[in-house]
Design a binder for this molecule. Structure first.
Ligand code: UD1
Length: 349
């Protein structure tokens, strides 16, 4: 039996982990134990994903959030260290680029436990982003690196990482296909969102660099306001806890174009994305989900890790606002990414 310890903490990780946990449950010989750092802790940022996606409950749940990035990561490192000493797993599995990812990867590598990184090799080339530092460091201590794209594979090779790399596609695509099937079978989403206009934009902002100052945040809001006027559509905007205060002091908040709502569940989000005319976001996950639903996206950043979405005409940066000609993106796989990962882990660990 291969015993894997999965470290989770933030919203997108619950979604990816649900897809992979389903695959682990189908694969004989893999046993997964989950640790939740507590980075995201509100019910609508955490619990709802466990319930809705039937993600196995964590055996260890910490309540580590807030403070500086260093403080948060340090406290996680200490807590995870103790778990590793008592659990002695064969490998530690981490997702993406959050502080929880880095803490899990560092703790495991210091105890000589192999690290498995899902979503390895992504780069924005912007080291001012905390996520970029988390990704680079995690990749450099990982033994198995599962890349969603060939660009990600190239990034790792450019940094001298050669062993353990697999291009398997994007586990988020598996998750979206699962959600689309679920939504088809349940009328609840149509009823819940009957208040939405026929045509609307879906928008999110949460990143540190978008929310550092009121000025930057207000610029993004003004851009969205103009974009919605140009297209004559309203904007549904689920509010991440990070931006509550910024919205309260932003001049655009009273503009009738914005419909602010609390953070949505995964299935609710996928329902809204499937009906949206456009998506405006600074989230990495949403840029791809826009493509999965074949909805054009504008990324509210100056660079993106998901350059295929730009090259294939489904996404553009807010500074450019011009799309390349549209083609399908084959890079992200066939919706069987989680099964592939489970198989490779079993064979290679
Ligand atoms: C984090 C990740 C980011 C990921 C995002 C997904 C890092 C450095 N960033 O950003 O890569 O894309 O999660 O959402 O790890 N808060 C609440 N309730 C919650 C969660 C957060 O009030 O349930 C508050 C926190 O206390 C903090 C702020 O929101 O004040 C930001 O949370 P934080 O975990 O620091 O980062 P995110 O912006 O969510």
């Amino acid at each position: 039996m291969t015993r894997i310890l999965t470290i989770l903490g933030a919203r997108p990780q619950f979604i990816k982990a649900a897809a992979l946990s389903r695959a682990f449950q189908k694969t004989q010989g893999i046993e997964e134990t989950i640790v939740h750092t507590g980075q995201h802790f509100d019910a609508n940022m955490s619990d709802i994903f466990f319930e809705e996606l039937h993600l196995p409950r964590p055996k260890y749940a910490f309540n580590i959030n807030g403070g500086t990035h260093g403080q948060m990561t340090g406290r996680m490192l200490e807590a995870i260290d103790d778990v590793l000493v008592s659990e002695k797993p064969e490998a530690v599995l981490v997702y993406g680029d959050t502080n929880s990812t880095l803490a899990g990867a560092l703790s495991a590598s210091k105890q000589q436990i192999p690290v498995i990184h899902i979503e390895a090799g992504l780069r924005s080339s912007n080291k001012a982003m905390p996520e970029e530092i988390n990704r680079i460091l995690t990749d450099h201590v990982s033994s198995l690196l599962f890349c969603p794209t060939s660009t990600a594979v190239g990034n790792l090779k450019n940094e001298g990482i050669e062993a353990g790399i697999h291009h398997v596609g994007d586990v988020m695509y598996d998750a979206t296909l699962y959600a689309i099937e679920h939504i088809k079978l349940h009328d609840t989403y149509k009823q819940k969102f009957s208040f939405l206009p026929q045509k609307f934009i879906f928008m999110t902002i949460h990143r540190a660099e978008s929310t550092q100052t009121q000025e930057i945040f207000s610029k993004l809001m003004s851009f969205a306001q103009e974009f919605s006027s140009e297209h004559n559509v309203e904007i549904i905007f689920p509010v991440h806890p990070r931006i509550k205060k910024l919205i309260a002091s932003c001049a655009s908040r009273s503009n009738k174009k914005f419909i602010f709502v609390d953070p949505l569940s995964y299935f609710e989000t996928q329902y809204c994305l499937s009906k949206a005319s456009h998506i405006l976001t600074d989230s990495g996950g949403l840029q791809k989900e826009a493509y999965f639903h074949r909805v054009p996206c504008v990324t509210l950043r100056n660079e993106t890790e998901w350059i295929e979405t730009i090259e294939y005409g489904w996404n553009c940066l807010w500074g450019d606002a011009k799309y390349c000609s549209r083609k399908n993106i084959l890079e992200y796989g066939d919706g069987q990414c989680a099964e592939k990962i489970a198989r490779i882990i079993k064979e290679e660990l």
